[in-house]
Design a binder for this molecule. Structure first.
Ligand code: 0PR
Length: 380
């Protein structure tokens, strides 16, 4: 197709105008987001598969093969057993929805036990599937209070959710204990590792949180968070591949007889991007990224303390909660100065997510601004 160059240039000018109003990861001033600028190899890979619909894999067997390789690479991080399978999803929300959809089909009941720090996608799940959420308090280290879980279990309980890398503070629930309880009580255990899934496996001496624990039924992880790839992609792993039958439907207009999962048409772009990133980095490349983010997290922690502020809890992953009396005020002034941090007012803190674009240099630029703002509003 021959394009009208003048029109193309006019349209792109419009696009640039919109984009210029956005904050960008490249200048490092986004400190409160779990996303980052994808690895450079992701862009070209994404574009190459722009026209591929993995909802109709019969037309695109090569792309389907690439998807299966990606799932295999990722599954090894979580010790998936031979009986397991993985399903590409658009991210943490869809991963959680699909896991609970399956759990509800497998086990009778309407009550689901969640830690209070669970991601808000579970509110959507409750509304979609008419589930009663049973929120469990957190202990003083901000993880689920294991002792009170049994009190909440009854014949109507069908699932428990554990978080490996919580949205607000990046903490990890005691998954071993949750696994034991769920095994004993025959309850489905879903692990939300949307953020932590690409961090925890690369930390030294981390506690088990995945399929190495026999009670873990499913686990979801996101590539557009610490997977260092493009939006939107997550993978949901299920301990038993037959569970997909619970949600698969007869499909008439496509090249396969049955389809499982929420989406119909879905782009292979994010899958190609993630495949490229995983092939380029390998497990060692991810390990190096995590080590660097963790080192910068410790650096930021020290710098924050050096200006008289304190951290809400020693960071486990690359997320810091900075205690403040009036977080909203600080967020407002920081924002005016071009810095975006996470709003965790419910915990009386702001959240800094030390993603790969948040380097020590960025922290060095940010700390004097944070100090100035905190002095201005009377926090220090
Ligand atoms: N599970 C956990 C533990 C999460 O932290 C999130 C997202 C999800 C599930 C849902 O994932 P999707 O958004 O991919 O469906 N948590 C991020 C957060 O609240 C989402 C995010 C990312 C928000 C970037 C803002 C942002 O700029 O931080």
């Amino acid at each position: 197709m021959v394009l009208d160059r003048d029109k193309v240039s006019e349209v792109f000018k419009q696009l640039e105008r919109y984009k210029s109003k956005d904050y960008s990861f490249s200048n490092g001033r986004i400190l409160g987001s779990m996303c980052t600028e994808p690895h450079p190899i992701a862009r070209g890979a994404y574009l190459k598969f722009l026209d591929v619909n993995l909802g109709d894999p019969g037309l695109f067997p090569g792309s389907k093969e690439m998807e299966m390789k990606l799932i295999e690479f990722t599954g090894k991080l979580f010790h998936i057993p031979k009986t397991a399978t993985g399903l590409s999803v658009s991210g943490g929300t869809e991963g959680n929805i699909t896991a609970i959809w399956i759990a509800k089909k497998l086990i009778n009941g309407r009550e689901m036990i969640i830690p209070k720090h669970v991601h808000f996608s579970f509110q959507k799940i409750a509304s979609l599937m008419d589930i009663k959420l049973i929120p469990v308090d957190l202990t003083s280290d901000y993880t689920i209070d294991i002792n009170s879980i049994r009190k909440h279990i009854n014949s109507n309980t069908f699932a428990v959710v554990g978080v490996a890398g919580s949205t607000d503070l990046g903490v990890i629930d005691p998954i071993s204990e949750l696994s034991e309880i769920c095994l004993e009580e025959h309850i489905f255990l879903h692990i939300d590792a949307a953020f932590g899934g690409f961090v925890i496996p690369f930390l030294e001496n981390h506690l088990p949180f995945d399929f190495s624990l026999p009670g873990v039924s499913s686990l979801s992880v996101d590539f557009h968070k610490m997977g260092y790839s493009a939006i939107p992609l997550g993978i949901l792993f299920l301990r038993d591949k037959n569970w997909l039958d619970e949600i698969s439907v007869e499909s008439t207009c496509i090249s396969i007889k049955r389809q499982a999962g929420l989406l119909g048409t879905r782009s292979a772009g994010p899958i190609a991007a993630a495949y490229a990133v995983t092939q380029y980095l390998g497990y060692d490349g991810y390990r190096k990224i995590v080590e660097k983010c963790m080192e910068t997290t410790r650096y930021a922690e020290e710098k924050i303390q050096s200006i008289g502020l304190s951290i809400i809890r020693k960071p486990i992953l690359n997320i810091l909660g900075v205690k403040l009396r009036n977080p909203s005020k600080v967020i407002e002034v920081l924002s005016r100065k071009g810095w975006k941090v996470g709003d965790m007012s419910h915990l009386s803190c702001i959240r800094i997510v030390v993603m790969p674009h948040v380097t020590k240099k960025v922290i060095d630029e940010f700390i004097p601004v944070l100090e100035e703002v905190c002095l201005e509003v009377g926090e220090i």
